[in-house]
Write a protein that binds this ligand. Structure first.
Ligand SMILES: *[C@@H]1O[C@H](CO)[C@@H](O)[C@H](O)[C@H]1NC(C)=O
Ligand SMILES: *[C@@H]1O[C@H](CO)[C@@H](O)[C@H](O)[C@H]1NC(C)=O
Ligand SMILES: CC(=O)N[C@H]1CO[C@H](CO)[C@@H](O)[C@@H]1O
Ligand SMILES: [Zn+2]
Length: 371
C-alpha cells in the first residue's frame, strides 16, 4: 500500500484534479481495511452451542491427562538437569505425534547465572507457522532448583508449573481433530504453545536471576521479522493475546483482573465458566462463578509475561490471586493437587481456545433424527 507522503510527492508534478482523486482513493483504502497488526483489537470469537461444547469436551479425559501428560513432568527439571532434558523430549514427542501437525522448535541458548554459565531451552509449538496471527498459551516447565543440602528432598513443582504445562499438552491432544480442521480452514489465525525454561530464580530472584527463558525469547521474537521477509513487523506483532498459566492445581483458585485492555477476555472465561456450570460440566462447583473474576482487581506478579508486556504484547495472566499454600515448598507435589479444579479449568480453557480460534467442533448426528 502507498504511503500518504508518496502521493503528495507525485502531486507536485501532476494536475491538481488527479491529485485529489488519488488522495481520495488512498483514503478509502485506509478506511476500508485495517493493518493486520490491528485485527486483534477487533477480533470476535465464536460462541459455541451446547452441543458443540459437549462434543468438544467429550475428548477430554482427566485420567489420561494425569498419566500421559502430567506424570512425565513431575520430575526434578531445573535448567540443564537430566529431568529437564527428559521433559523437553516428552513435550516434543507428545506434540509431534498429533494429527494436527505441530511445528515444534527448540530455542536453545546459554546465560550467566549465580552458578556459572548454563544452557537453557524454550520449546515453541506452532500449529500453522504460515498464519500471521497467533493466540499464545504459555507455561514454564523448569522446576525451582534446591541445592543438595536438603537431604535428598526433591522439589517437583506440581502447581509450579507442571500442571499448567500438562494442561497445554492435554488441550492439544483433546482438540487434535478440531485444531487440524481449523488449520486447514483459517490461514490467518493459529495457536502457539510456549514452554519456557528458567522462569525460576536459581539462587534468589533479581532482574537477572529469573525469567531466563522469557527474557531471551521476547528479545528474539522482537528481532525476528514476521511474516517472513517483513521489514516493519516482527513476531511479537503476531501475538493476538499472550495467555500465561502459572501456579494452577491447588483448590479454590481465584483469577482477578490485572490488565484493562484484556479484561473482555477474562470476562469471556467467566462466561464460559457459567455456561459449563449450567450444563453440569463442572464437578464440585456449587456456584455459577468460582474461578474467574474480571471485576476484581488483582495485583501484578513478576512472571514470564513481563518481557512481553514491556514490549507491548497484550497479556492475560492466569495465576491465582493467592498463591497455593504449598508454593515453593516440598509439598508442592502430586498428592496435594486438586483433581476437580484441574479438570474443570482444563475444560474452560479448551472452550476458550476453540471459541477464540473460531473453531467449531463437529457435532455427532443423533441417529434418532436421521432420516
Ligand atoms: C521432536 O520430535 C520429532 C519426532 O519424534 C523429531 O523428529 C525431532 O527431531 C524432535 N525435535 C527435536 C528438536 O528434538
Ligand atoms: C484471511 O485474511 C484474508 C485477507 O485479510 C481474508 O480475505 C480472508 O477472508 C481471511 N480468512 C479467514 C478464514 O478469516
Ligand atoms: C475432575 C474433573 O475432571 N472434573 C469434572 C468436570 O465435570 C465433569 C462433568 O460433571 C466431571 O465428569 C469431571 O470429572
Ligand atoms: Zn516458582
Amino acid at each position: 500500500m502507498w504511503k500518504r507522503s508518496d502521493n503528495i510527492g507525485v502531486c507536485r508534478s501532476i494536475m491538481p484534479s488527479f491529485c485529489s482523486l488519488l488522495i481520495g482513493v488512498t483514503f478509502i483504502l485506509h478506511a476500508s481495511g485495517i493493518p493486520w497488526t490491528e485485527e486483534k483489537l477487533q477480533h470476535s470469537a465464536a460462541t459455541l452451542t451446547n452441543d458443540e461444547i459437549s462434543a468438544a469436551l467429550s475428548h477430554t479425559d482427566l485420567g489420561q491427562m494425569w498419566e500421559r501428560d502430567l506424570k512425565p513432568l513431575l520430575v526434578v527439571r531445573y535448567p540443564s538437569s537430566a529431568g529437564s532434558q527428559a521433559v523437553q523430549e516428552h513435550i516434543n514427542t507428545t506434540l509431534s505425534s498429533l494429527e494436527a501437525g505441530w511445528e515444534v522448535t527448540m530455542d536453545r541458548f546459554e546465560s550467566d547465572t549465580p552458578y556459572g554459565r548454563l544452557p537453557f531451552t524454550n520449546l515453541i509449538a506452532t500449529l500453522n507457522p504460515a498464519a500471521k496471527r497467533r493466540l499464545v498459551l504459555a507455561c514454564h516447565y523448569d522446576s525451582k532448583y534446591y541445592p543438595p543440602q536438603w537431604h535428598g528432598k526433591e522439589f517437583l513443582g506440581a502447581t509450579d508449573s507442571a500442571v499448567p504445562c500438562a494442561m497445554l499438552l492435554e488441550l492439544a491432544r483433546a482438540l487434535d481433530e478440531e485444531l487440524k480442521a481449523q488449520k486447514s480452514s483459517n490461514n490467518n489465525l493459529t495457536l502457539q504453545l510456549i514452554f519456557f525454561d528458567g522462569e525460576e530464580a536459581l539462587f534468589q530472584w533479581t532482574s537477572t536471576d529469573s525469567l531466563y527463558g522469557s527474557r531471551h525469547l521476547a528479545e528474539k521474537m522482537e528481532a525476528t521479522p514476521h511474516p517472513e521477509g517483513a521489514t516493519d513487523t516482527n513476531q511479537l506483532h503476531g501475538i493476538d493475546l499472550f495467555v500465561l498459566l502459572d501456579l494452577i492445581g491447588a483448590p479454590t483458585p481465584l483469577f482477578g483482573n490485572k490488565f484493562q485492555d484484556t479484561k473482555p477476555w477474562l470476562t469471556r472465561l467467566q462466561n464460559i465458566e457459567k455456561r459449563l456450570h449450567s450444563m453440569n460440566q463442572l464437578v464440585e462447583h456449587p456456584n455459577s462463578v468460582q474461578y474467574f473474576w474480571p471485576g476484581v482487581p488483582a495485583g501484578h506478579v513478576f512472571d514470564d509475561h513481563i518481557p512481553f508486556l514491556n514490549r507491548g504484547v497484550r497479556i492475560l495472566h492466569l495465576i491465582p490471586a493467592s498463591f497455593p499454600s504449598v508454593w515453593h515448598r516440598f509439598e508442592d507435589d502430586e498428592e496435594n493437587l486438586d483433581r476437580p479444579t484441574i479438570g474443570n479449568l482444563s475444560k474452560i480453557l479448551l472452550i476458550f481456545v476453540l471459541e477464540y480460534l473460531n473453531a467449531r467442533p463437529t457435532v455427532p448426528t443423533n441417529p434418532q433424527n436421521a432420516p
